[in-house]
Design a protein around this ligand. Structure first.
Ligand code: AMP
Length: 466
């Protein structure tokens, strides 16, 4: 990429309407992010793209502005479709598209994800939708039933394509793409390039332009320590690191889901409040793990790189590299999750002799020597690990039942008699609401909510435990 000149990142250089430019300014989007500056000009010309971008890079607006530019608001048929790996991401994409489309007349966006009855989605489609955002399986269902017509489709977006492949959506993506008109534009966004992505792009993209942005992270706030470990001692070494450093919250990266499962068992065996996140978890399980870690009901989250993508934890005390990743950029991305927003971070890294080549590549990429410490020098005070400060209650009922966070807070602080300070984060999902409460009050809160009412109705509440 040529050296960037400030005007290169000005939205005004794009062929967008004054109303769109005004809307971007109102949203507070002053300059294009690197992925937007690289992908919007060719995308607005109609080129197919393979773009490397992660959540947080502004990728949604990169494909969103491109697909909106090709819409005809007066034609009430599906003209753009975004395939996403999860419902969470589909919801985020829909929200962002609606924001971006505010300046245009009456653009309808429908989200189609599994886990909800088809009926309501079918009704929304019948009312005429310009844009469909959803997971491949559910979109396939609607296509099979003849609810969804794609002959007017102009733009197909594959968002987080690597993660969709990881979750076993390859066949559905292929089937959906085959039903789209041949002269459409295809935009593929992916954080990594496994072999499956090359296959997909060969099959479905026409003369695509590849866009890769080098992410530069500031790692100066992060203390990085390395420990040499024997293969057989690896999981116990994680326990020793956590017992010595005692981080309030830690994200431990493994390279495989089997390693995640094994580490989870070892950590729980030692009394840690640990959870794990890896591909192939059911959506509901995934939602619960994310909610519980983010609201401080667990101290350790064990995850693979792909599964942890999009996980955004504001204050993460430590990252643990359980196994070294072959890609040095992935390593930098792993440790960049701690020490955010000006806080200090701690990266604890284990490496076996067989992984020293990988460590060398990380050293080269960071341009600084690796600092080694000895596992034998770690201390252990013999105390059990600290429990997390919060616990999570699941209320059976969510957005579908029109429950809002305020209703739950009202029930807990009103009738049930708790104070605002005793209640943590409240997440309202489609069918469930998750509320964090101080751990020692959890059983009491379950009892009182079960006995009381939310929005005038009695509810079922349970404590999430392992
Ligand atoms: P994404 O990577 O698409 O998930 O976007 C990350 C966040 O950045 C979202 O909250 C967007 O609303 C926001 N965003 C996207 N583009 C810009 C921009 N050019 N300037 C400021 N914020 C942006």
């Amino acid at each position: 990429m040529p050296a960037s000149n400030p005007s290169d990142t000005d939205f005004a250089r794009l062929p967008l309407s004054p109303a769109d430019l005004h809307n971007l300014a109102q949203l507070g989007y002053e300059r294009m992010t690197p992925i937007q500056a690289a992908s919007l000009p060719p995308a607005l010309e109609g080129r197919d793209l393979i773009a490397q971008a992660e959540t947080g890079s502004g990728k949604t607006a990169a494909f969103g502005l491109a697909l909106l530019a090709r819409l005809n608001p007066r034609f009430f048929g599906v003209q753009a479709m975004v395939l996403c790996p999860t419902r969470e991401l589909a919801d985020q994409v829909t929200t962002e598209l609606r924001r971006l489309a505010r300046a245009q007349d009456n653009i309808k966006t429908v989200t189609l994800c599994g886990g909800v009855p088809l009926r309501n989605q079918t009704a929304s489609l019948e009312h005429g939708a310009h844009i469909v955002v959803g997971t491949p399986g559910r979109i396939m269902d609607h296509l099979d039933r003849g609810h969804l017509q794609l002959e007017g489709l102009r733009t197909l977006v594959l968002d987080e394509a690597d993660r969709m492949l990881d979750m076993g959506f390859n066949d559905d993506i292929v089937k959906v793409a085959r039903q789209c008109p041949a002269d459409r534009q295809t935009l593929l966004f992916s954080a990594t390039y496994p072999e499956g992505i090359a296959q997909l792009s060969k099959q479905f993209l026409r003369n695509p332009l590849t866009i890769k942005i080098e992410a530069k992270q500031d790692l100066r706030h992060i203390t990085q320590q390395w420990y040499e470990v024997k293969e057989d001692d690896r999981l116990d070494a994680v326990v020793r690191l956590l017992r010595h450093h005692k981080p309030d919250s830690a994200l431990a990266f493994c390279n495989t889901k089997q390693q995640c499962r094994d580490l989870l068992a070892v950590l729980r065996g030692h009394g840690f409040a640990a959870l794990a996140l890896y591909g192939e978890l059911e959506q509901v399980e995934r939602d619960q793990v994310l909610v519980r870690f983010a609201n401080r009901s667990a101290t350790v989250l064990v995850a693979t790189d792909v599964a942890a993508r999009g996980l955004d934890i504001a204050r993460l005390a430590a990252v643990v590299t359980v196994e070294v990743t072959p890609d040095p950029e992935v390593h930098v991305h792993r440790i960049g999750r701690t020490g955010r927003a000006g806080e200090k971070g701690l990266a604890l890294n284990l490496a076996s002799m067989d992984e020293m080549g990988r460590v060398g590549r990380i050293e080269l990429l960071q341009g600084q020597p690796t600092k080694w410490d000895k596992l034998d020098a770690l201390t252990d005070d013999g105390q059990p690990p600290a429990l997390p400060p919060m616990a999570t209650l699941q209320i059976l009922g969510g957005r579908k039942e029109k429950i809002r966070a305020g209703d739950v807070l009202g029930a807990l602080t009103g009738e049930a008699g708790f104070t605002r300070e005793q209640i943590g984060k409240i997440d309202v999902n489609e069918f469930s609401t998750y509320v964090a409460v101080q751990r020692q009050l959890a059983h009491d809160a379950v009892r009182r909510l079960n006995a009381g009412r939310i929005k005038g109705k009695s509810v079922k509440v349970r404590l999430l435990e392992d």
